[in-house]
Design a protein around this ligand. Structure first.
Ligand SMILES: [Zn+2]
Length: 396
């Protein structure tokens, strides 16, 4: 059919022809229209305006689908003729749309209302949607789409229809599949160390001692992992079991640095008793003398204590001091204890503050049982011991 011929049978011409044949139409109860497009003719029962509306609608839809303005209405010819048609005006749009070049029926797959891709049929689309879920690796459970793919049957550009395999690829890149899996881990809990401190002990005398050996614990954790397209996006701890308890290591250590014999840097009273004579000038029978220490009276046999820790530098007998002991302290100070009934330490002995070094007596130049106590800073001349002793006498 020539282009010219077809133009003579456009809609307007057909309408004209229908008006002219009005009398003939009245005489016959049935009239139908031959609607031709691209070499296909449909025999339509219906009014001309229904057919016109259907053609306009198909032109709009086809242009929409293909994305170009189609002059479809111009290319459709409608010719009235007598007799029953075989297609209704309602069926015309679908039939006509199918005959448009480049348009085919298919099943589109939509995400949030937007077309992702279209397959030739619903079965292909459904199988692509479900096979992606089936491909989730063993060990992952509850596989589902974050947004369920929506399938819509309709008409699509024929060139855009894809195979099932291509559709799967499109779904894989556009849709999110959520699944869960279980992860079990075992964690080592390193043992801790507890120091059992002996407050009375000194480091020099008490080396750290292992009381009980530590052992690491093991924890078993079970997590539920959430995956999006196979990648972990979150985990929740479901169970926590103690496979083996952590046992701390216990080590006994001394609570004091150095040695118990170290000087503490302050003095205690060597004996508790009455101070019968202070340091300095005093009257004695026949004149005055310079008293070099402090006399503390106490019953014979009372224990005499080292005023501070140190090393015994003298333990001997002297005409004036009688039995006496000198202790050298760490800072070089010397303390002296005289008139002892008995000395209980020897030269070179180490003594701790408070250790008993002798017993009160009245040996040497003495008029009664007492301890004569001297303090010699830096080993030099004696000074007033009261400047070094605490106000309160030390009670033993
Ligand atoms: Zn004295």
């Amino acid at each position: 059919m020539s282009r010219l011929r077809r133009r003579s049978l456009t809609l307007a011409a057909a309408l004209c022809s229908a008006t002219i044949s009005l009398s003939a139409l009245m005489a016959h109860p049935t009239i139908s229209y031959a609607v031709s497009y691209e070499g296909t003719t449909f025999e339509i029962d219906g009014t001309y305006s229904d057919i016109n509306a259907a053609v306009q609608e198909v032109q709009r839809q086809a242009s929409d689908i293909l994305g170009v303005e189609l002059p479809l209405a111009e290319e459709v010819t409608v010719t009235p003729h007598f007799g029953q048609g075989d297609t209704t005006a309602q069926e015309l749009p679908e039939a006509l749309l199918m005959s448009v070049d480049g348009i085919a029926a298919g099943c589109g797959l939509y995400l949030d209302g937007s077309l992702v891709a279209a397959a030739p049929d619903r079965e292909t689309a459904e199988s692509a949607v479900s096979s992606l879920l089936d491909e989730v690796p063993a060990g992952q459970r509850n596989a589902h789409y974050a947004d369920e793919p929506e399938l819509r049957e309709g008409y699509y550009p024929e060139a855009d229809l894809v195979s099932g395999q291509e559709l799967e690829a499109a779904i894989g890149s556009e849709f999110t599949i959520i699944s869960t899996s279980t992860l079990i881990t075992e964690t080592l809990v390193p043992y801790t160390t507890i120091y059992d401190v002996d407050e009375d002990a000194y480091e020099e005398e008490m080396k750290p001692t292992l009381i009980s050996r530590g052992s690491d614990g093991v924890l078993r954790s079970e997590y539920e992992i959430t995956l999006e397209n196979g990648v972990e996006t979150g985990r929740v701890l479901k169970y926590l079991d103690v496979i083996s308890e952590m046992e701390p290591e216990v080590i006994a250590i001394a609570g004091n640095p150095g040695s118990r014999y170290d000087s503490k840097g302050y003095y205690l009273w060597p004996v508790s008793g009455t101070v019968t004579s202070g340091f300095g000038k005093r009257n004695i029978s026949g004149g005055t003398s310079n008293h070099r220490g402090l006399d503390i009276a106490a019953p014979a046999g009372t224990e005499i204590h080292a005023a501070d820790g140190g090393v015994v530098m003298t333990s001997g007998k002297h005409d004036s001091y009688g039995n006496f002991v000198q202790i050298k302290h760490d800072n070089g100070d010397i303390t002296l204890y005289a008139h002892m009934k008995k000395r209980l330490v020897s030269v070179g002995d180490r003594v701790a503050q408070g250790d008993v070094i002798g017993l009160v007596g009245s040996t040497g130049q003495s008029t009664g049982n007492h301890c004569h106590f001297e303090v010699r800073p830096g080993g030099g001349s004696p000074v007033d011991p009261l400047k070094y002793l605490p106000k309160e006498q030390t009670q033993y």
